[in-house]
Structure formats: structure tokens, C-alpha cells
Design a protein around this ligand. Sequence first.
Ligand code: HEM
Length: 191
Amino acid sequence: MMVWSWWELLSGGPVYDIPKGRKDGRRSKVEDTLIAPAPTFNASELVRVSGLRGFSAQDMVALSGGHTLGVARCLTFKNRLSDPVDPTMDSDFSKTLSKTCSGGDDAEQTFDMTRNHFDNFYFQALQRKSGVLFSDQTLYNNPITKSIVKGYAMNQAKFFLDFEQAMVKMSLLDVKEGSQGEVRADCRKIN
Ligand code: HEM
């Protein structure tokens, strides 16, 4: 049984309204996903790619905080473990990752200690050089994004506020084209 403290009941994570009515796109091309960031990107590349869509460095770091939930499979970070070992990673943590990967490419590693709780532990892990993806840890190696990570590691309420604002911004992406969009009959296909 899950037991909730009064604090968790009052503060179950970020809360925000997403504007409704955004249409489905009339274009669906695999090459469009190239604009999406990769787990091998460094902080400057992440800032640049997010900027193409109008997100600030702060938006991007806050959104990366989505990695407070869930897991990454070994195949998304195993390149950090050898030839050469990623020096930005804590040496004990690299043992943890290696142990996970002994279970194969699909073995799962949680991003932080609390995979089902929306909290700022992900940012605290980055401060301990214990980020799972290269693209997570790199946020602590660039001076601009590092100061944002530190702020969120210290102040969870600030993280929630910035996350809420960035998620609403994301929901408004392509809203102009949205008027030319459609309501798909099958959400996986253009009508
Ligand atoms: C900054 C760019 C990002 C990169 C490079 C990235 C990359 C990844 C990768 C490689 C995984 C592991 C996937 C797998 O093993 O199959 C993952 C998982 C995940 N990502 Fe991201 N991500 C990014 C941004 C985001 C954002 C903005 C959110 C949400 C706000 C998010 C939420 C998640 C969640 C919840 C998982 C865990 C999924 C699960 O447990 O099944 N990520 N991400």
C-alpha cells in the first residue's frame, strides 16, 4: 500500500493548465525528429537546439527535470562506460551503471532515487556527478546551465514553477500551424 504524507498530498508535483484545441499536424516525417535533442548532446548543443523552438536555457534545464521520473535503458548511456570512461561521471556511480548494463541493453536505470516521485532529486544527482545520460550530466558542466541546475537542486518550488511555465510553452508550439491542422481520425496517421 502506498502511504502519502501530508506534504505529498499538498505538493504532488507541478500543476498547470494546458490550453486545449491544438490540432494534429498534417505532416509526419521521420527527418523532423532530427530537430529533437539526442542523449549524446552537450549543454551548448542542447541550448542551441532548444533555442530553435524558442526555449531559453532555463526552459530547457527545467524540462530536463522531467527526468525525475522513470528510467533509461542501458543502450542510451553505455557509451559513457568505456573507451574512454566519461570523466564527468562519479566513479562509484559509473560502477552502478556498469552493474545495470550487465543485464543487457534493455536493462533499466532510474534517473534518480525516486523514479515515481516528481521532486528535485534529479538535479541533486547531477551535483553528485550521478546523472544517467551524458545530456543530463552535461548540464552541470556548462557554466550557464550549471547555475540553473544548482538553483533547482536548492529550491524545488522554483523548479516546479519554471517547469510549469516551460510545459505550457511547449503546449503552444506550432500553434500557428495548428489552425491549419486537423483532428485525426486515427491519432497515428494523417487523415
Ligand atoms: C533535453 C533533451 C532530452 C533528451 C536528450 C532526452 C533523452 C531521454 C532518453 C535517452 C531516455 C531513455 C529512453 C529509453 O531508454 O528508451 C529518456 C527517458 C525519459 N524522458 Fe527524456 N530526454 C529529454 C527531454 C525530456 C523532457 C523535456 C521530458 C519531459 C518533460 C522527458 C521525460 C522523460 C521521461 C519521463 C523518461 C522516462 C521514460 C520511462 O521511464 O519509460 N525527457 N529521455
